[in-house]
Structures are given as structure tokens and as C-alpha cells.
Design a protein around this ligand. Structure first.
Ligand SMILES: Nc1nc2c(c(=O)[nH]1)N[C@H]1C(S)=C(S)[C@@H](COP(=O)(O)O)O[C@H]1N2
Ligand SMILES: [Mo]
Length: 534
């Protein structure tokens, strides 16, 4: 190797065997990491582009995230729900992107010496994504394609950029290196531009292809065949700061495993009812709306709700009687489970006796006077009063199968959760807020209690472990709904105090004091709140 440097005063030209660089090690490492990141961006972008045609759930990051949700052990999932609440999905995706960023930077550094090794990292990424996509319950082979293409594009970009970088940093400075260095920059920039174009282009094309908002807007809801009186205004005690009795749709809690919301055009939707029935049924959305519609005011709750937690909301639902449809199909003797399947492959198993004992179970199509929002199951979901959502409230419903518990474990039961999911009696203090400062004297305490389908008979409050006092129950809107309450705590003295609450259901069962975690059958224990009286 000849020294073409103009700085001929350099006393010790580098030995020919050791490539010389004009740049420091950290700068070289940073440049190498940059090529890895650019290659990763190109991989993700290419994946998005292909997924625009194969479906948003087959995009590599979404596929890996969904597989992670399904594989997460229950304690970790509990922790995530407890810690991140409804933000668990952004946290999961953020974690995946962070991990990918770190690995991609590392791959870039490795590739600067051994391009093949860097490429192998991307091939592994692609293989992981493909496996994840194929592991989805609704997967078809083509779902692996976005990850395969992402892996190939990532590996190809990595090799290309790594080779360019190597030429740029190992040939003697400065003459031949100048153009090479510019070439690295140009190639990296081009890769990033490709990533942005394919990524954002693919995503927006995919969004426009799967958008169902126009189809949803076009749905005309027929008037209910049977109307029910709205809950009385007095169902809310009128205490400021207390949860509203009806939950507006945007405030309704949302719990599901869907990283991308299933988008279903009702014109192409059918519901199949089959299995252990005499007459299987296939029904279109239009046919569904032609059946008598009924209203149901109902408080839906989640088994993952902690004592005092927020995963309960109330809406006026509109839908078709599910028990009527089951009777029409003719449930065969021996069957004891109805499994609902969603567009995204979720399975929810409901005890048939709860569906056939006379309660108002629905195939719901509307919520608070509005067509079901996409996040809450558009175009159709089930609701069965008295059962937690995970055993009764299949969103994006496409299939109902009459079967047995002995023969089939639904998604959450497979993961160890109770197969019945009867809602446990719960009560919470909302006013005063936790750690609030309140003036001494008379303090209004208020909150919400539920034992859906059984109903609430009493709520009691006590302060600092003193005697229980019966709270004032607001007007009863029916057993399928929560019951709000208030209580006058008189003569509150300055200092820190602990208020506790417990409810009694209409069957006379007092809420147990013993604390239990949500897993496997719902949390138990009394809610308490600490306040400072000033
Ligand atoms: N398809 C589908 N349906 C689902 C779920 C889900 O993950 N996927 N989660 C269930 C659970 S655990 C609950 S508590 C309710 C929540 O309904 P919401 O999000 O409308 O409040 O939906 C149920 N139906
Ligand atoms: Mo839930």
C-alpha cells in the first residue's frame, strides 16, 4: 500500500498490514452503528410496505408484539396491566423498538468487520418475525412474507452499507477516501429515505385499505323493538368528583390483546353459530339488524381490575337476544360452553347455563346510541350480564361454537384463569380522592359498588377501623348495573385517617376482607383510602 498522504512529514507511516483510518474509533463505531440503524429502518419499512397487502397484523413488529402478548406468563401480564394500565400496548411496542434499535446498532458495528455476521442478525430478525406471524391464530402462510422481505432487505442493506463503510475507513487518507465517505453518507441517506417512503407509504396505504369509518357511518340502526326506561337520574348521588353513572364511549375502559384494531366491513361480515346445535345458523349484518333489537343497561367489568381499580364502565347497549338465537339453533344436550371467536382469533368461553337462565345476553351492535366503536368490537360483540369480559364479551365477533368445557379451553382458560368468570362483589371510594386534604368537620364520602347481575344490597363505610356505618345507596337502576353511594362522615378531626368500604350483594354475601389478586378469578378485599383532615 503506498502512502499518498501529502503530510509527508509523518515520521511513521502505518504498516501496510494494518489499515489506517483518518477517524477516531468512537467516530468509526458511531458510523458503523448508523449503518445498522439505517438497515433496520429499511427492514421495518419494507415490512410495512408488504404488510399493506398482506394485512396490518402481519407487519413484523406487530406480529412479534402479538406473539409476545400471547406468550407472556400471567404474572408478568398482571404486572404490566397493573403498572401501565391501558398504556401496556405502547409500552410493549416501545420495548420492541428499543431492543431492535440496540441490536441494529450492534449489528452495524459487527458488520463493519464481518458484513456476513451483521447480515445474519437481520436474517434472524426476519425469521423471528415470520415465526411470530405464523404463530397467530388466524395466520395464513403469506403472513410470513412481510418479515421475510424485511429480513432480506435488512440483510442486503447491511452488507451494502458495511462494505462501503469499510472501503471508506480503511483506504489511506485522504484521496480515495473522500468519495467513499461521501458514498457511505449517500447510501445511508438513500436507505433511510427508502425506509421512510416504504414505511409511511405502506402504513398509510394499509390504513386507507382497511378503513371502516365510512362503512360504520353508513350503518342505520333500527329502533329497538323493546325499549327500557333509562336509568333514573337519582342513580347518581350528585356528589362532585364521583364517576358519572353512564360512561361516555370515549371514557369507557378498553381491555384487549389487539395491537392493531380488527377492521371489519359489516357488508362482508357474517356470524356463524354451529357446533352442538340442531340447526346451524349463518347470519349477515343486515339479517342481524332485522331481528328484534333490545336495549340493555349494563356495567361491564374486567377480571384484571385491582381492588379500587378503574376497569368497569356502564353503557346503554343495543342488540339482538343471544339466548333467542341459541334457542332457534337448538342447543344439544351435553353442551355446556359457548365459544365466541373474534376476527383476530381471540376465543372467549361462556357457560351455557348463564346464557339460558333468562338473563338478557346480547349480540350488541350499539353503545350509548352510537354504532359500536371499532375499539369496542364493531360491528358486533357479545355481552352476558354477571360475567367478567374475558368469559362473556367477545369483541369483533365472527363465530359462535356450542361445545363443552371438557372439550375446549378458551384463550384465558388455557392461561389458568377461572372458566366461569362470575363477577365478584366490588366497591370503591372515589371521593375524597386518595391522599386528599379535606377541611375538618363534615366530609362527604362517595363511591361506586357492583355485583353485576346479583345487585348491591348495602354499602358500609368505616373510619380508622371504627364501627361500620351504612352508606346511602343512590337509586337502584337494576342488578346488572353498578350502584353508587354516598356517606356523611361527621365530625372529622384534623390528622390522617383511613376510610374503608365494603359492599353486600343482593344475596346477602358481604364482600370478603381477605385480599386476593385478580388472577385467577378476580380480586377480592376492601378498598381503602387515606386522607388528611386539616
Ligand atoms: N376480541 C377480543 N374480545 C375481547 C377481549 C380481547 O382481548 N379480544 N378482551 C375481553 C376482556 S378481558 C374484556 S374485560 C372486555 C373489555 O371490553 P371493552 O374493551 O369494550 O371495555 O372485552 C373482552 N373481549
Ligand atoms: Mo378483562
Amino acid at each position: 500500500m503506498q502512502d499518498v498522504s501529502t503530510q509527508t512529514s509523518t515520521p511513521n507511516p502505518a504498516p501496510a498490514a494494518v489499515p489506517r483510518s483518518r477517524r477516531s474509533r468512537p467516530a468509526r463505531a458511531a458510523a458503523a452503528a448508523g449503518t445498522g440503524l439505517a438497515a433496520a429502518a429499511a427492514a421495518v419499512g419494507a415490512g410495512e410496505l408488504v404488510a399493506a397487502f398482506t394485512g396490518p397484523d402481519s407487519a413484523p413488529v406487530i406480529a412479534v408484539g402479538s406473539a409476545a402478548i400471547d406468550l407472556t406468563p400471567t404474572p408478568l401480564k398482571e404486572y404490566a396491566v397493573r403498572t401501565f394500565g391501558t398504556n401496556d400496548k405502547p409500552v410493549l411496542l416501545g420495548g420492541i423498538y428499543l431492543t431492535m434499535t440496540a441490536l441494529a446498532a450492534l449489528a452495524g458495528v459487527v458488520a463493519a468487520r464481518r458484513p456476513a455476521f451483521g447480515a445474519a442478525v437481520f436474517a434472524a430478525f426476519g425469521a423471528l418475525g415470520a415465526l411470530a406471524a405464523l404463530s397467530r391464530p388466524t395466520a395464513i402462510p403469506v403472513d410470513a412474507l412481510p418479515s421475510v422481505v424485511a429480513g432480506l432487505v435488512g440483510a442486503g442493506a447491511m452488507v451494502l452499507l458495511a462494505r462501503l463503510l469499510r472501503t471508506a475507513t480503511t483506504v489511506p487518507a485522504p484521496e480515495p477516501a473522500g468519495p467513499s465517505r461521501r458514498a457511505v453518507l449517500a447510501a445511508t441517506g438513500g436507505t433511510v429515505a427508502f425506509a421512510a417512503l416504504s414505511g409511511f407509504g405502506g402504513r398509510s396505504y394499509s390504513d386507507s385499505r382497511t378503513d371502516v369509518s365510512a362503512a360504520r357511518d353508513a350503518v342505520r340502526l333500527p329502533a329497538p323493538a323493546t325499549r327500557s326506561a333509562p336509568p333514573p337520574a337519582a342513580a347518581h348521588p350528585g356528589v362532585p368528583g364521583l364517576t358519572s353513572f353512564q360512561t361516555p364511549n370515549p371514557d369507557f375502559y378498553r381491555v384487549d390483546t389487539a395491537l392493531t384494531l380488527p377492521k371489519i366491513d359489516p357488508r362482508h361480515w357474517t356470524l356463524r353459530l354451529h357446533g352442538l346445535v340442531d340447526h346451524p345458523v349463518v347470519i349477515s349484518f343486515d339479517e342481524l339488524l332485522k331481528r328484534p333489537l333490545q336495549e340493555l343497561d349494563y356495567t361491564l367489568t374486567c377480571v384484571s381490575n385491582e381492588v379500587g381499580g378503574p376497569y368497569a364502565s356502564t353503557a346503554r347497549w343495543l342488540g339482538v337476544s343471544l339466548p333467542d338465537l341459541l334457542r332457534q339453533a337448538g342447543v344439544r344436550s351435553g353442551a355446556d360452553q359457548l365459544v365466541g371467536r373474534s376476527k383476530d382469533g381471540m376465543t372467549i368461553g361462556t357457560p351455557l347455563d348463564a346464557l339460558l337462565d333468562g338473563r338478557d345476553a346480547l349480540l350488541a351492535v350499539a353503545m350509548n346510541g352510537e354504532v359500536l366503536p371499532v375499539a369496542h368490537g364493531f360491528p358486533c360483540r357479545t355481552l352476558v350480564p354477571g360475567l367478567y369480559g374475558y368469559t362473556s364479551a367477545t369483541k369483533w365477533l365472527v363465530d359462535l361454537e356450542v361445545t363443552t368445557f371438557a372439550g375446549y379451553d378458551a384463550y384465558w382458560v388455557e392461561r389458568g384463569w377461572d372458566r366461569t368468570g362470575t363477577v365478584r362483589t366490588a366497591s370503591r371510594i372515589e371521593v375524597p380522592a386518595a391522599f386528599a386534604k379535606v377541611p375538618a368537620g363534615d366530609v362527604t364520602v362517595a363511591g361506586t359498588a357492583w355485583a353485576t347481575h346479583r345487585g348491591i344490597a348495602a354499602v358500609e363505610v368505616r373510619v380508622d377501623g371504627g364501627p361500620w356505618a351504612e352508606a346511602r345507596l343512590a337509586a337502584d337502576a337494576g342488578p346488572d348495573l353498578w350502584r353508587q353511594w354516598s356517606h356523611d362522615w361527621t365530625g372529622a378531626r384534623p390528622g390522617t385517617h383511613r376510610i374503608e368500604v365494603r359492599a353486600t350483594d343482593a344475596g346477602g354475601a358481604v364482600q370478603p376482607e381477605a385480599r386476593a389478586a385478580p388472577f385467577p378469578a378476580g380480586a377480592t378485599g376492601w378498598h381503602s383510602t387515606v386522607v388528611t383532615v386539616t
